[in-house]
Write a protein that binds this ligand. Structure first.
Ligand SMILES: *Cc1c(COP(=O)(O)O)cnc(C)c1O
Length: 217
């Protein structure tokens, strides 16, 4: 199975960067994958998974969580305000906080339910129209706004443009995180997680390299 190959490569990338191997969390992105592939990785002991859609995650993870202890679930896709409560009940970490309205909704629901997932602010480092995330120039103000709401912001997340060198975006995200005193950096996917680790990633989001290609057919 590919899980051990990926964890080996993460350890190697950490060694090359002079970082401790446990300084990087592997979030195995299980979206669209057949349940038996996910179950195989659960069976190998991996416990940290990510999904990009609340509805899809709600269909499979309550059952897996009931059968496997210690599962941590991360939401890495865009969050609609009307799904916030469901997301906060299902996910341990949300990587896609990207607008004041959503931050306010999370803060209000956290008061009601008495807990809040750990949060990452998504930054649209490539300033792409079709992509979610706050613009780099708005990130400092938005992080401050989240902190004013007492939200547990742990770090920043980005998805670099497909046609650009990712390292530029990783470096930018790391810079914004540092000046805001944020330790978490969610960056790096199947094609570039080692590079992301060299730039300080604390959470790499790896899907197809672990589970195989996704079949959207
Ligand atoms: C699907 C997805 C990933 C994983 O992509 P792979 O290329 O399969 O590793 C990572 N991050 C986000 C936000 C995703 O939607």
């Amino acid at each position: 199975m590919a899980l051990t190959e990926i964890t080996d490569r993460i350890a190697q990338a950490c060694a090359e960067a002079g970082r401790a191997p446990d300084s990087v969390t592997l979030v195995a992105i299980s979206k669209v994958q057949p349940l038996e592939r996910v179950e195989a990785v659960l069976g190998q002991g991996h416990r940290v998974y990510g999904e990009n859609k609340v509805q899809e995650a709600a269909g499979k993870w309550p059952d897996f969580k009931a059968r496997y202890d210690g599962v941590k679930l991360h939401l890495v896709g865009p969050l609609q305000s009307n799904k916030t409560r469901q997301a906060m009940e299902l996910f341990d970490v949300i990587h896609s906080v990207d607008r004041p309205k959503l931050a306010n909704t999370i803060a209000r629901i956290a008061q009601e339910i008495g807990h809040c997932p750990e949060l990452f602010v998504q930054v649209n480092t490539g300033e792409e129209d079709q992509k979610a995330g706050v613009l780099p120039g708005d990130a400092d103000a938005f992080v401050a706004e989240c902190r004013d709401l007492d939200l547990p912001v742990r770090g920043l997340m980005c998805i670099p443009p497909v046609d650009e060198t990712p390292s530029v975006h990783f470096a930018l995200l790391a810079k914004i995180a540092e000046r805001n005193g944020l330790a978490g950096l969610s960056m790096g996917m199947s094609a570039d997680f080692e590079e992301a680790i060299a730039f300080g990633a604390t959470h790499v989001r790896v899907g197809s390299a672990i589970f195989g290609e996704r079949d959207y057919g």
